[in-house]
Design a protein around this ligand. Structure first.
Ligand SMILES: Cc1cc2nc3c(=O)[nH]c(=O)nc-3n(C[C@H](O)[C@H](O)[C@H](O)COP(=O)(O)OP(=O)(O)OC[C@H]3O[C@@H](n4cnc5c(N)ncnc54)[C@H](O)[C@@H]3O)c2cc1C
Length: 395
């Protein structure tokens, strides 16, 4: 019976029409939530955004801004360069004792999430969005009156016919994404590298491979470097679940990382960490009036895809769909199909990085044929044209 249900194609005609009322509730004030809020407020909609943190703080993220992300941020009126973003023009891959370098085929930059999120929230407020900070959404339910009701941690509720779900890596009760079978754990630490190592890193984003995961190091504003890494839980178990042991083991397995971090000053007391990262997930179904964006729409593997760009892109597409009165389930299904090809490539690339044979031969191959790195970098970016074009017609 279930499989029969799934065969029914989602079209605008077999769904109840949604009332295009002005009120929109946005849950989550990160990249996707703020981008959607700013765009909707500029179109005259009445927008309330709920963000659980009282002020932006460090998030687990490599903080790499791809060309597409920079374009989308500029379109929102945010200029990462004026916030201190560091231009990134090359990528290096290091595994075992080898490293290879290639120029990036697009302009890129790096900026701390704290700086980016601060600018996004400020822009949302000046666009007229009602921002409620320090309030966490505990549950989201549809009512019999065709409106969505969000229950906050203080027991109060907020209602609107349309909700944009943008809580990123955190699920809201009743709208959870699937389990992460590989049980990834992600960490981020800021370092002040020695003068010599900072000079060597310069304008590069470096990808380090080691058994059980991979990580990226790159400069961010303020003369410091972000090292962000992922590891499967079973590898973390082997080092007694201690991040210091893990960092030591990674440096043992990847001497290039050891070289970068030699003599570096650790700038946070301990790394910030998250678990439950369902890489490869694409949400294809939703309910009327509920547009899922950012990591709530798709989770592209870190370092082989650019989640910030997807967050901005999905926000833009969802706003266009909403303004064109496209029902959320139709939008979500279309978005899911449009993201599929790049997601598949990014997953394959991530699996490759996590493979012991690839770790052994990849840097050597890339030295011989560095063009492959440029091609991979381009292919694993989400091609925005398809989805945007569809919605551009509708707006
Ligand atoms: C290890 C790692 C490295 C990465 N590196 C990069 C990179 O270098 N470049 C890149 O482009 N992408 C990277 N990404 C992906 C990127 O971080 C995400 O895809 C992006 O942040 C998604 O944006 P979002 O708006 O969906 O979520 P977020 O930016 O995380 O925003 C979600 C917001 O919702 C709020 N929130 C959560 N729950 C609630 C609640 N219950 N109530 C109210 N508010 C809530 C949070 O506080 C947060 O502010 C990386 C991801 C990981 C895991």
């Amino acid at each position: 019976m279930d499989s029969k249900k799934r065969e029914i194609p989602v079209t605008a005609s077999n769904l109840n029409p949604i009332p295009l009322q002005n009120e929109v509730l946005i849950l989550g004030g990160g990249v996707a939530g703020c981008a959607a809020a700013i765009a909707l407020a500029r179109k005259g909609r009445s927008v309330t955004l709920i963000e659980r943190e009282p002020t932006p703080r460090h998030k687990v993220c490599g903080e790499f801004l791809s060309g597409e992300a920079l374009e989308d941020l500029n379109a929102l009126g945010i200029d990462p360069a004026s916030l201190g973003a560091v231009p990134i023009d090359r990528v290096r891959l290091a595994a075992a004792k080898r490293a290879a370098e290639a120029p990036l085929p697009f302009s890129a930059a790096s900026l701390t999430r704290k700086a980016l999120d601060t600018a996004l929230i400020a822009d949302a407020i000046s666009a007229g969005v009602r921002v409620e900070r320090g309030r966490s959404v505990q549950a989201l339910d549809s009512t019999t009156r065709n409106v969505w009701q969000a229950t906050l941690d203080d027991g109060t509720t907020r209602e609107a016919p349309t909700v944009f779900l943008a809580t990123g890596k955190h699920d809201v009760r009743g709208h959870a994404r699937p389990e992460d079978p590989q049980r990834w754990v992600a960490f981020k630490m800021y370092f002040r590298l020695t003068h010599a190592q900072a000079g060597e890193l310069a304008h590069a984003s470096e990808l380090m491979l080691y058994p059980g995961g991979y990580g990226g190091i790159q400069p961010v504003e303020g003369g410091i470097a972000n090292f962000c890494w992922v590891v499967q839980q079973r590898y973390l178990a082997r080092v007694g679940y201690r991040w210091e042991n893990l960092l030591a083991k990674m440096q043992q397995d990847c001497p290039h990382l050891a070289m970068r971090l030699a003599g570096a000053e650790q700038l946070l007391a301990k790394p910030i960490a998250i678990t439950h990262i369902p890489y490869g997930y694409i949400r294809r179904a939703t309910e009327n009036g509920l547009y899922c964006i950012g990591d709530q729409a798709a989770v592209i593997p870190s370092f082989t895809g650019d989640g910030i760009s997807i967050a901005l892109h999905t926000a833009r597409c969802a706003v266009a769909a909403y303004l064109a009165a496209e029902p959320a389930p139709v939008f979500q299904a279309k978005l899911g199909s449009a993201l599929q090809a790049q997601m598949r490539l990014a997953v394959i690339a991530a699996d490759g990085l996590n493979n012991s044979l690839a770790r052994a031969v990849l840097p050597f191959c890339l030295r011989v044929w560095p063009g492959v790195m440029r091609i991979t970098a381009r292919l694993t970016r989400v091609a925005q044209q398809g989805v945007v074009a569809e919605h551009a017609v509708a707006t």
